[in-house]
Design a protein around this ligand. Sequence first.
Ligand code: PGA
Length: 261
Amino acid sequence: MAHDKKIIVGNWKMNLNMHEASLYLLQLSKLVKVRRDVEVILAPTVMTLQSLSLQVNLRQFKLAAQNFFWRDHGSYTGEVSASQLRGVVQYALVGHSERRHIFNESDKDMRNKVAAAVRNGIKPILCVGETAWEHANGETKDVLHDQLIGGLANITSEELDQVIVAYEPVWAIGTGQNALPSDVTAAVKVIRKQIEHLYGAKSAEAIQILYGGSVTPDSAADYLSLAGVDGLLVGAASLEAHIFSSIIEKAHKGSSEAEED
Ligand code: PGA
């Protein structure tokens, strides 16, 4: 199923302070028109989220948390819960490779986080992808299977339409090493097949799948044109408003004519 909206996510990671984030949002809002065919999602650090949520025009941009803890409240020093993020963000990244590999988060953490997001009315963007070693050793398919089974274990088929999957090969994140379009198409097919196996053909068709890993304004259109790719998860190239806005424009041009102003 071709989705009528492309999704472009900007993951700022641990960059931009309050002042810079606010200025960025101001700049981006001047550069980007409200488009019916593009959903733009910004994922700032947690400390800037609340002030940005007061500044943002939700018709133009949505907000995402980069991370959260899966319990709703309690004695978890230093953590922020999905229930606290309710009303502040509309989306949340889950299982970004930096969470998995730097902070040792497991598939058990992922499944609890995916469920916590859905329980709190926040759409989880579940990130999956193989390491360079797994890629070189032909293990991509197995890794994607395991991460999907692990991450979605607490999700029913009714809840699955709240979930977005992002294919992010670890070796392509922050490396400037672009994944080949054929690799991306193959991985997206594996993901849909596994969703079909877990939830049936209709769910597999309906689920939105993003690509992420060293996306730039030059490569964005190519990835967006791939069959089965519904959008992009952008890191470094989302940190400057004018660069990110040109990626957003590619998503609009690459889809149907639908403009509001
Ligand atoms: P990158 O990051 O675009 O800088 O490779 C992507 C991501 O981490 O989601």
